[in-house]
Design a protein around this ligand. Structure first.
Ligand code: GUN
Ligand code: FE
Length: 453
C-alpha cells in the first residue's frame, strides 16, 4: 500500500517486490502468480551468485507493507521532555524549560543515552527518515548523526544555531556558531560522502529571534557554499510573530528576513508556518521551499493550524512533523490523526480547504494524512524520487504492518474469525487506531533495522 496522491491509496494485492539489498533499491514489483517465472529465473541466478543472499519474507493474511514515515521536524535534545512542561505558551516554554533542557547536551554521555533511545523509538514507530534539530553543541550533534547512521535511520541533521536571547550557559558566540556549523557540514560530508549516504547535514538557525543578523547572514552563505539543506521555524505562534516584528521593524516577517539572508532556498524546510499569508506562501512556492505541519505542537503551543489543503492548493510542498517535544507524541501516526481531526474543524474556516468560507469541506482523511507523512515529506526534503512510494528504482524504506495484532485482533470478536473484510479497512483501522505494536518490521535502504519478534 502506498499513496501516490492525497485522495487515494494504491493497493496492490497478491504482489511480489524484489529488493537489491546492496543498493537498497526496488528491483521489481510484480504479480506474485506471474512471479513464479521470476522466481525460477532468480533461482538460476542464485546458483551462480550464491543462494544464501536471498531473503524471502512471506506475508501473513493481515499483513501489508507500506512506505516508512518521514518526520520533517524533530528536536532531538527535547526527547526527555516529551509529554511534560506543557503549561505555558511557546516563548515562555522555551525560556523556562526547553533551553535549560537542551543546555545539558554539553555532555557526550548524556547525548549518547538520549539520542540512542530517541532514534530507536522513532524507528519502532515507523519513522524511517527524520529531519532533526540537534542542540547548539557540535560534539553532541555529531553523536546524533552517528547514532542515526549506526541505527540505520535516514536522517537530515542540523547543529542548532542561536547567538542571542538564550541563557548564559547555552548561548553561543556568532563566530563559534558559524565555525561549528561548517565543521559539522564537513564532518557529515566526509563520513557519508555519496548521494546514497544515510546522513546529511542541515544549516539550522533556530529561529529569527535567537539569531543575530550577522549569524543569519553567515549561515545563508554557508548554505550556499555547501549547497546544504536549511531548516528553521517560521510564523509559528502569535507571540513569536510579534517578537520578530519588534526585532525587524522593516521586514517584520520571517519569510522576508530569511529571504534577505539567503536562507529561503529550494532546500529549505520551514517548521510550523501557521501564520503565513497567502502571498508569503506564494513566495515560498516560487523559491521551491517547503513547510512542515506539526499538528500536535501547533494546536498545543501555536494555538493555530496549518491549513494543509488550502496551502497545497497554492502549490506548497508540505510534510508532517512530530516537533518533539513541542508536540506530545513521538508518533507521526498520532499526528496524522490530529491532522484529520483538525481539518474537520478547519473545514468551516476561510482557509480550511479550497472552498469559500462557510461551506463545510472535509478534505483530510487517513489517506490524505498518510500521503503527507510519506510522499509529502519526501518532496519537502527533495528525495521524492528516492523514498515515500514503492516504484522500481526507489529505495526500500518500508514497514511491515500487521493490522490483525494486539488490540486489533478483532477476528476473536467475530463468528467467522475474519479480522476485517478487506485490506483497505484493515489499513484504515491501523492508521486510525493502531500503534507501534502493529509494526512488525522496519526496513531502511533495504536493510531490516527494527524487528518485532
Ligand atoms: N521556536 C524556536 N525554538 C522552538 C522549539 O524548540 N520548538 C518550537 N515548537 N518552536 C520553536
Ligand atoms: Fe520546533
Amino acid at each position: 500500500i502506498d499513496a501516490p496522491t492525497p485522495k487515494a491509496l494504491r493497493v496492490r494485492e497478491n504482489c511480489e517486490i524484489v529488493v537489491d539489498a546492496r543498493s537498497g533499491r526496488i528491483e521489481a514489483i510484480r504479480d506474485a502468480d506471474v512471479g513464479a517465472v521470476g522466481n525460477r529465473k532468480s533461482d538460476a541466478e542464485k546458483e551462480k551468485a550464491g543462494a544464501e543472499n536471498i531473503v524471502r519474507v512471506d506475508m501473513g493474511a493481515t499483513q501489508v507493507v507500506c512506505p516508512g514515515l518521514i518526520d520533517c521536524h524533530v528536536h532531538a535534545p527535547q526527547f526527555r521532555q516529551l509529554g511534560t512542561k506543557t503549561d505555558v505558551p511557546l516563548v515562555e516554554w522555551l525560556e523556562k524549560y526547553t533551553f535549560p533542557e537542551e543546555a545539558a547536551f554539553t555532555s557526550i554521555t548524556h547525548a549518547e543515552r538520549i539520542y540512542t533511545a530517541l532514534v530507536r523509538r522513532l524507528l519502532r514507530n515507523g519513522t524511517t527518515t527524520a529531519l532533526y534539530f540537534g542542540s547548539n553543541h557540535l560534539p553532541a550533534t555529531r553523536v546524533l548523526a552517528d547514532t542515526c547512521a549506526r541505527s540505520g535511520q535516514r536522517a537530515f541533521v542540523g547543529k542548532t544555531c542561536s547567538d542571542q536571547f538564550l541563557p548564559d550557559n547555552y548561548v553561543e558566540t556568532t563566530g563559534a556558531s558559524l565555525k561549528d556549523t561548517e565543521s559539522f557540514i564537513t564532518y557529515c560530508r566526509e563520513k557519508w560522502p555519496s548521494e546514497a549516504g544515510l546522513v546529511k547535514p542541515v544549516v539550522t538557525p533556530r529561529f529569527v529571534p535567537t539569531c543575530s543578523a550577522e549569524l543569519l547572514d553567515g549561515l545563508g552563505k554557508l548554505a550556499a557554499k555547501y549547497n546544504c539543506h536549511v531548516q528553521t521555524h517560521a510564523s509559528e505562534s502569535v507571540d513569536e510573530v510579534a517578537w520578530v516584528a519588534e526585532l525587524y521593524q522593516n521586514e517584520k516577517r520571517d519569510i522576508k528576513i530569511l529571504q534577505r539572508f539567503g536562507l529561503l532556498t529550494d532546500k529549505t524546510v520551514l517548521a510550523h508556518c501557521c501564520h503565513l499569508y497567502d502571498e508569503e506562501v506564494g513566495e515560498v512556492v516560487r523559491v521551491g521551499a517547503a513547510v512542515t505541519s506539526c499538528p500536535y505542537s501547533n494546536i498545543l503551543f501555536a494555538r493555530a493550524t496549518v491549513p494543509i489543503p488550502h496551502f497545497k492548493s497554492l502549490g506548497l510542498k508540505i510534510g508532517m512533523g512530530s516537533d518533539i517535544a513541542g508536540g506530545m507524541s513521538s508518533s507521526l501516526w498520532t499526528n496524522m490523526r490530529l491532522a484529520t481531526l483538525q481539518d474537520r474543524i478547519d473545514s468551516f474556516s476561510p482557509r480550511g480547504g479550497d472552498k469559500p468560507a462557510g461551506k463545510e469541506n472535509w478534505v483530510v482523511d487517513y489517506k490524505y494524512a498518510f500521503h503527507v507523512a510519506t510522499v509529502g515529506g519526501a518532496e519537502a526534503l527533495g528525495i521524492g524520487k528516492e523514498v515515500g512510494l514503492f516504484e522500481v528504482g526507489m529505495r526500500w524504506d518500508a514497514l511491515l504492518v500487521d493490522y490483525g495484532l494486539e488490540d486489533m485482533a478483532f477476528e476473536n470478536l467475530r463468528d467467522d474469525g475474519v479480522s476485517v473484510v478487506n485490506v483497505r479497512d484493515g489499513f484504515e483501522r491501523f492508521v486510525n487506531c493502531g500503534d507501534d505494536r502493529n509494526i512488525v518490521g522496519v526496513w531502511v535502504d533495504g536493510k531490516m533495522v527494527c524487528e518485532r519478534k
